[in-house]
Design a protein around this ligand. Structure first.
Ligand SMILES: [Zn+2]
Length: 169
């Protein structure tokens, strides 16, 4: 197979008219169909998570899955199509740490060039349940702000900073 064939194969066939897709180029610089102008958009993926507080400490989970397996982070995950973002954030706290949370406010929206994930972080309060690890966590814990473990993701520290600012701590 020539490199040219490999490139075409990689971009597949147009789902509208069946022509071979071309790689980036064209007005949007995305894979596109030379026959009918169909463009394969690179859609973002929306993630959501919570900084969930109880008695001045915040809930973290130690991830048992990639990316950043073994590192601590906030309960978080991808939003399902059609799901309310706040409900997705609360669902992740339930799934990963077995607690119910009340979503209090938006902390921020985080994205990085070249990364398709757009992450939405909320401040929340634990309203029920004792934190225990769900299927996606090795362990869970409530941490004081001055005793946080190393956090998994580049935006995690920005989220902590936003929470401090939000709560005045
Ligand atoms: Zn086409």
């Amino acid at each position: 197979m020539t490199q040219h064939d490999a490139a075409q194969h990689e971009h597949g066939y147009c789902p509208v008219c069946g022509a071979e897709m071309l790689p980036d180029g064209g007005p949007s610089n995305l894979p596109h169909c030379p026959r009918c102008s169909y463009v394969r958009w690179s859609n973002p993926k929306v993630g959501a998570g919570v900084v969930a507080e109880r008695d001045g400490r915040i809930l973290l989970i130690r991830r048992n899955h990639e990316p950043m397996m073994g590192k601590w982070s906030f309960p978080s995950g991808f939003v399902d199509g059609g799901e309310v973002v706040e409900e997705a954030a609360a669902r992740e706290a339930r799934e990963e740490a077995n607690v119910e949370v009340r979503i209090d406010s938006l902390l921020g929206v985080y994205s990085t060039a070249g990364d398709p994930v757009v992450f939405v972080a909320y401040a929340a309060t634990i309203t029920a349940g004792e934190p225990t690890p769900g299927d996606e966590a090795y362990e869970v814990g409530l941490f004081a702000l001055d005793a946080l473990p190393d956090l998994a993701f580049p935006h995690d520290q920005r989220i902590v900073d936003a929470w401090r600012q939000h709560t005045g701590r």
